[in-house]
Design a protein around this ligand. Sequence first.
Ligand code: SF4
Length: 83
Amino acid sequence: MNEFKITAPPAWRQRAACRGVDPGIFYPVTDEDAEDAKAICAQCDVCELCLQWALDRREHEGVWGGTTERERRRIIRRRRRSA
Ligand code: SF4
């Protein structure tokens, strides 16, 4: 049996700079296409919370907290090495 756990969006999303922006921008085909999304993240008051949220959930797709999936994998590896 499949179980779905529905969770409310985190409260910090209310302060996200990407609210109302076309979500497609945050799902670029290549890392090189992620610059528009990263520019929005750079202006975002909740960038650090967003990045940590994505790292905690191992978000595999999209730009979160100003990082692409490849960059998040790098952060996770770096943190493991220094732990
Ligand atoms: S850091 Fe980027 S993806 Fe995260 S909430 Fe802010 S604008 Fe949206």
